[in-house]
Structures are given as C-alpha cells and as structure tokens.
Design a protein around this ligand. Structure first.
Ligand code: SF4
Length: 360
C-alpha cells in the first residue's frame, strides 16, 4: 500500500519478532488493564488484544509478584511483551530474566550508576531494547525549573539526558516516547525529537480521555504527528477497554495509508435519496470486516444515484435501490440482490475477495 508521506529516517530496533523503525510499518501497541500477577486475566486480555490487531503489548510491573508472573504470561501469548517499570532496577532485572521483549524504564530514574549498568548489561545480554518514556507530567525537577513548565524543548532535553546515559554504556537499542495530554505540546515535542535524534519514536497522546473524546483527541494528535512522517509505533491511551485503543489506532493508521493489512469501510452519510437501512447495515459490515487482515475497501451506500461512482475505489460495495441492493466492484454493478439477502450476499463477496487477495 502506498505510504502517505516519506517516514522520518530512524534506526531499526528489534522487539521480539518485529522491527520498530527503519523502513518498517508503524506498529500498534496497547497496554493491559489487569493486575499483571493475575496471569489468567492478563493472558485473556492480551489474547483479545491480539485478535483485535494489537502487535505489541505492555504490562505494568509495580511489584515483585508481577515480575514473577511474566515468564508464564510470555509463554502463553503470541506477540512481543513489554514491561513497564518505574525506578526499581531489581524488577527490571527480573523482567529481563523472565524473557520479556522490551522494557520501558528511564535510566535517569534508576539511581546509582551500578544499578543502571546492571540493567543495561542484562538487556544487552538478552538483546532487548529499552524504551525511554518521557511524560510532560513528570519531567525532571531541573528541567521544570529551567523552563518553568513542560515545554517541547524540555521534554526533548529530558529524552536526550536518558539517551546519553544509555549511549555512554554503549547501548543503542533505544525507543523513545514523549507523551503529553496536550496535543499541540506532543506535536511540537515529537517534531523536535525527530530533528534531534534518529531513535524510533513511540507516539501517543497520554491520558486522552474516555472512548469518544479520547479517540478523537488521539486521532487529532496522532494524525498530526503521523502526517509529518513521524512515528514508528503508536499507542492510543483511553479510559476504556484496551481493545478499543487498538481499533482506534488501526483506523488512524488506515486513514494515512499506513496499515497494510486491514479492511476499510466506506459508507455514505445518507440523505433524502436513501433506499435502505444504511446505518444498521454499515454497523454490521463494520463489525464483519473488523478482523480481516487483508487490504480491502468495502462500500455501503444508501442509493445508486451517486453510490457506486462515489465509491469507485471500493473493491466491493452495495448501493441501495428500491427493495433491492446493487452489488458493485470498482464502480461497476455486477448484479442485483433482494433487500432481504443483500447483507449476506455482500459478506460472501467480501469473503471471496479476501481469499483472492490472500492468494495473490
Ligand atoms: Fe445520499 Fe445516495 Fe449519496 Fe448516500 S449515496 S449520501 S443516499 S446520494
């Protein structure tokens, strides 16, 4: 699929069987909401995330019992596992020993140099990267004092401070995030970061809110950042089921032509020419194509007046007509189907196109 813009040049960094950065696709991440030591609940949530299209998952690790659960969680899931650790180097060492694929820890917050060295040596030995997570809400005191309040420059300065600690230990498998809940601040920080270093960027708008408002804010922020060619992996942060985070991230990537393996729905806004129950049909088809991992476009249109022509780029579509539907491929009507069976017919055509594309 053509990429909307040339992506900023970044260093490729391996995370499990994926590579973040370089010329690789933008990877979708999410984070579990369960207590990590509750292995059953955590694995069940991760499997749901995988099914939704999540490619990397992160779990929190605030306590030793969480670290002790990591090996079993890792053995029961199919996507790379990232562990989020604050300050505690012992937990970081336990996580690395458990075989996780990446850790998120800020080296400047670990403490004494020996502790930082121990974590870096362990990460190097297992060949796993470290994500530095700068957050506008928790910038270091000296940076806040210098700038007075969180600024993009301050956030990048914080990132460079942590990066330098790792580079001084000859560690370069680094991924960086610079999250803010303010969209403009995040945009400026990611822009400045992409001009300041070439480590891959994990992009997100943090604490963006519940499902509707958070999705919109994330889409606005991620969209602005991705449209500049910045961002190698994304996470949408919602106060909602994390499966929704994955769905929103997928839609944002699709909007920019950055999701190679996903189906897109085109549906009309309806008007007085409508001939079918379009809203119900569009919702049903949206659900149906949700898990398809092939690049196809499906259209659902209220009438045939402007319908097929308006959705010429669709691989398959249906336009309403009086008591029937018109199935069309790339703008050309292929056959008429009765209204009662048109949704089933459309699903069959979708399945056939998916098989065709998979065989290509
Ligand atoms: Fe109206 Fe038909 Fe266009 Fe839908 S496809 S908005 S019903 S003219």
């Amino acid at each position: 699929m053509p990429k909307m813009v040339h992506r900023s040049k970044t260093r490729p960094v391996r995370v499990g069987d994926l590579v973040i950065g370089g010329n690789n696709e933008v990877i979708i991440q999410s984070m579990t909401t369960t207590k990590t030591h509750d292995v059953e609940a955590t694995v069940a949530e991760i499997l749901r995330l995988e099914e939704a299209g999540c490619q990397i998952v992160r779990v929190a690790c605030p306590e030793e019992r969480d670290a002790l659960a990591l090996a079993e969680i890792k053995s029961r899931i199919n996507i790379p596992l990232v562990v989020d650790i604050h300050f505690n180097y012992k937990l970081a060492l336990m996580a690395i020993e458990a075989g996780v694929d990446k850790i998120r820890i800020n080296p400047g917050n670990i403490g004494r140099r020996e502790k930082v060295e121990a974590v870096v040596t362990a990460a190097k030995a297992k060949n796993i990267p470290i994500r530095i997570g700068v957050n506008a809400g928790s910038l270091e005191k000296h940076i806040l004092e210098k700038y007075g309040y969180p600024t993009a420059r301050g956030m990048v300065e914080s990132a460079l401070h942590h990066i330098k600690i790792l580079e001084d230990l000859d560690f370069h498998d680094i991924i960086v995030s610079l999250k803010a809940s303010d969209v403009q601040l995040a945009l400026e920080a990611y822009q400045l970061a992409s001009e300041s270093f070439d480590y891959p960027l994990h992009v997100g708008i943090t604490e963006s809110g519940p499902l509707r408002t958070g999705s919109l804010k994330s889409a606005a922020g991620l969209g602005a950042i991705l449209s500049r060619g910045i961002g190698n992996t994304v996470r949408v942060s919602l106060s909602a089921d994390p499966v929704e985070e994955v769905k929103v991230a997928k839609e944002v990537l699709k909007s920019f032509g950055l999701a190679a393996n996903a189906a897109t729905l085109i549906s009309c806004p309806t008007c007085g020419r409508i001939e079918i129950d379009l809203m119900a049909i569009a919702a049903e088809i949206e659900d149906y194509i949700d898990k398809i991992q092939v690049n196809i476009k499906v259209a659902v249109l209220g009438c045939a007046v402007n319908g097929p022509g308006e959705a010429r780029e669709a691989d398959i579509g249906i336009a309403g007509a009086r008591n029937e539907g018109l199935l069309f491929r790339h703008g050309e009507i292929i056959r008429k189907v009765p209204e009662a069976t048109m949704v089933e017919e459309l699903k069959k055509e979708i399945d056939a196109i998916v098989l065709e594309k998979e065989a290509e």
